[in-house]
Ligand binder design. Sequence first.
Ligand code: G6P
Length: 368
Amino acid sequence: YMIDKGNHRHFMEKEIHEQSEVVSHTLSHYIDFIENKVRKPAEEIDFSSVSSLAISACGTAYLAGLVGKYWFERLARLPVEIDVASEFRYREMPLNPTSAALFISQSGETADTLASLRYCKDAGLKIGAIVNAPESTIAREADVVFPTLAGPEIGVASTKAFTCQLAVLASLAIQAGRARGTLSGEEEAALVRNLAETPRLIANVLNTIQPSIELLARELSKCRDVLYLGRGTSYPLALEGALKLKEISYIHAEGYAAGELKHGPIALIDENMPVIVIAPFDRFFEKTVSNMQEVAARGGRIIFITDERGAAATKLETMATIVLPAVDEIIAPVLYALPIQLIAYHTAVFMGTDVDQPRNLAKSVTVE
Ligand code: G6P
């Protein structure tokens, strides 16, 4: 890896565009695409015998973990406890030594994540770590290391590390499903065939959505607040979208579970606050669309991120509709991360902020 920006204006832009390649590397490490199976690693967590999984991380890595929770629970029927590391380490949750713990960190040095790891280790749990920096403290102290092969990430706002973390979590959830007997060999093969499409789809999406996102970003750069909504695995993405936008453009943004709209944020809806709705045409689609109609009925401006089927099924007037290819639920979070990253990136570029080194933020947070 050459640590320069190449033809890109910022490291963040370069890292967004590397995702097809690095997600492909990462998936190939975990999946045998000839056999259509998740590889059996030399060292592993024995998912067949663990009673639950505790996941802990900070920032964007935490949001990858939140997507992972949906996958482990649905595909492997494995209960997941998840919290941000700064809460996890202090909330004195009852830990069962039959549980395993999973820590997610790009740098492998985040102080709260490391403290959570040590806390679980003291309780006798088996420790797994998804890390991008193989020589890091978290990698050294874990029992099992699951590398993300994203290469060095320079932009403070995490992009390619996040999608690689999702690739690892999807692979581990499938592995856990096989170990626990909740996924058949055919189901595993079908999921793996879907994952195999991811790098090509990432490249395809990055090649097609940029112009519409640049137009949209010009509008967003004039806004003071933005709301993101999603359901299922699109809910962590709504949180990630809001996090990215505030980190690098300094526009206030909030992410909400779409179903929570009526429990508070609907009071904020007016023509001044765009609402970004993340809704692939999945089993949650109808529900999310009904939330979107509640926004429209109150004069809210909608930015709809969906797929071809979702766009065809909806007749709402939107400020922008970003259309992605229709994909299986297991790939959707990786693909929907792309418009979310690009919206934040292009908005920040319009605002003229220091995209790679936003004010007050650090790439690696080694103090509590
Ligand atoms: C900082 C970075 C974020 C990152 C978080 C966790 O806040 O700005 O982009 O998600 O730390 O970092 P880690 O290295 O543990 O993934």
